[in-house]
Design a protein around this ligand. Structure first.
Ligand code: GLU
Length: 312
């Protein structure tokens, strides 16, 4: 497809989706996230054949939040190995809110998957002794093709000052012998990763790296093992959109991960990475207008993983 055509599809999707912003609201359980402009909306697409397109607020920096769980899982699988990671955390959708601890206490002995807070805190507890935060920052910058990623200190401090629920999750994990390091270190690592400032371009870059089997699109360097990339994309597809993952898979059909900062990372395998920003969220914590944009674009470009006409 020509660049101008793709640009038009993105611009149209953005304008069509704007109306949905009114039905969403910014996350405010981390007070600093409530300061975002709920009307912001942006999208970037990076394709394997070298297109770099943007529409709307693609240069606004926002915190990656739960999308960092994808980076953490990938690095944990590389450094700690599949067995060690999946001894601590499962691979099943939870059907509960991202910060729920109900099932963790009642029916299962370990977190359902690495895309919810309990799973990501367990993964962070493995990472703490395997990698420094500065290394994680460098890895994130490389994966996102964005050397400008920094920690957003205000959001970090705001989350650390309102950490009670995640602390409760972490202590529950500790009581079950799941944490490899102490609660404070594991949580600090987890919150730092959530507080990294990205743009839609960074997410499109990361999406392209995953779509390209973990190979750096510019240097050709392998950044992540093939097995790791395959696992991460599968878990994004089944568990990446909180307890809205099933409906999103039906409507959009692209492996994705959202964050309560308003970002969505999407991976169109072998084709492109898509980054979205729209901080007005639905009641599950997903960008409300962002999902509409993705649905529209998936239909127009036939990107649904099971679209019958995708490979025609
Ligand atoms: N830092 C957020 C938390 O732990 C991340 C949540 C999210 O984006 O889902 O509550």
């Amino acid at each position: 497809m020509r660049e101008e055509e793709l640009q038009k599809i993105m611009d149209n999707a953005l304008e069509k989706s704007r109306g949905h912003i009114a039905f969403g609201k910014t996350a405010d359980y981390i007070p600093e996230l409530g300061c975002a402009d709920r009307n912001d909306l942006g999208i970037s697409i990076y394709t394997k054949d070298g297109k770099r397109l943007h529409s709307g607020d693609s240069d606004v920096r926002f915190t990656v939040q739960s999308i960092s769980k994808v980076v953490s899982l990938a690095v944990a699988l590389e450094r700690c190995g599949f067995d060690r990671v999946f001894r601590k955390v499962g691979m099943e959708p939870s059907g509960d809110a991202f910060n729920s601890l109900v099932k963790l206490d009642l029916s299962s002995n370990y977190p359902f998957n690495p895309m919810i807070n309990s799973g990501a805190i367990a993964v962070s507890s493995c990472l703490v002794s395997a990698v420094t935060f500065d290394e994680m920052l460098d890895i994130t910058r490389e994966l996102c093709l964005d050397g400008g990623i920094q920690i957003n200190e205000r959001v970090y401090r705001s989350e650390m000052a309102n950490i009670a629920r995640n602390k409760a999750i972490a202590y529950l994990l500790e009581s079950k012998g799941i944490l490899e390091n102490d609660v404070e270190r594991s949580l600090d690592f987890y919150v730092r990763m959530c507080s990294l400032n990205v743009t839609t371009d960074s997410l499109a870059g990361f999406g392209l790296a995953l779509a390209s089997d973990g190979i750096h699109p510019q240097t050709g360097r392998r950044m992540l093992d093939s097995d790791v990339v395959q696992t991460v994309k599968t878990i994004m597809f089944t568990c990446g959109m909180y307890d809205g993952a099933g409906e999103f898979a039906v409507r959009v059909g692209i492996p994705s991960k959202s964050g309560v900062g308003g970002g969505i990372l999407s991976v169109v395998d072998r084709e492109m990475g898509i980054g979205i920003y729209g901080p007005a969220l639905d009641n599950k914590g997903n960008s409300i207008a962002g999902q509409c944009m993705l649905e529209d674009i998936a239909k127009k470009l036939k990107l649904h993983i099971f679209a019958a006409d995708r490979y025609r």
